[in-house]
Design a protein around this ligand. Sequence first.
Ligand SMILES: [Zn+2]
Length: 143
Amino acid sequence: MKTYNLTKEDKELIEKAKEIIVKSKPVNLIDTGDVGAALITSKGNIFQGVCIGHYCGIGSCGEYQAIGAMISNGEKIIKKIVAVWYDEKRKRYEVIPPCGKCREMIHQTSKKNWDSEVIISSSKKVKLRDLMPYAWDGTIERK
Ligand SMILES: [Zn+2]
C-alpha cells in the first residue's frame, strides 16, 4: 500500500480532531467523545464530530458526525479526514484509522472520495482507494 508523509495541513487537521474531543467533554456520557474526527472538504471547509456511545446499537463514530455535518452544509467531497482517540488511562491522543463502516460511508458519499486522503497514524496517510481494494462500486450519488 502506498503511504504518504503528513503535511502541515494534515497536522493541523489532527489538532482539529483533538479540539472537538475537548469541546465535547462537558456532556460527560460514557464512551462518548473519546474519538474526535475532522475532515476538510474540496472547498476547504472543516467539519468535526465526536463518537457517540449510546447503547442498543444507536451510537456512531466521530467520522459519521463529521460527515453528517459536511452533508448538512451542502458538501460531499472529502479532501482529507482523520480520527483521533483520547486514551483516558494514558492521558494521550492517538491517530487511528477509520473502521470499516466509516470507510464505506466516505466511499458512498461520493465517488470522488476514492481520492480522499485518510490519515492513519501520526506520521502516515493513504488514499481511501488503498484502504478498500476490493470494494463494491456503490454510491448513493444521483446521476
Ligand atoms: Zn467508524
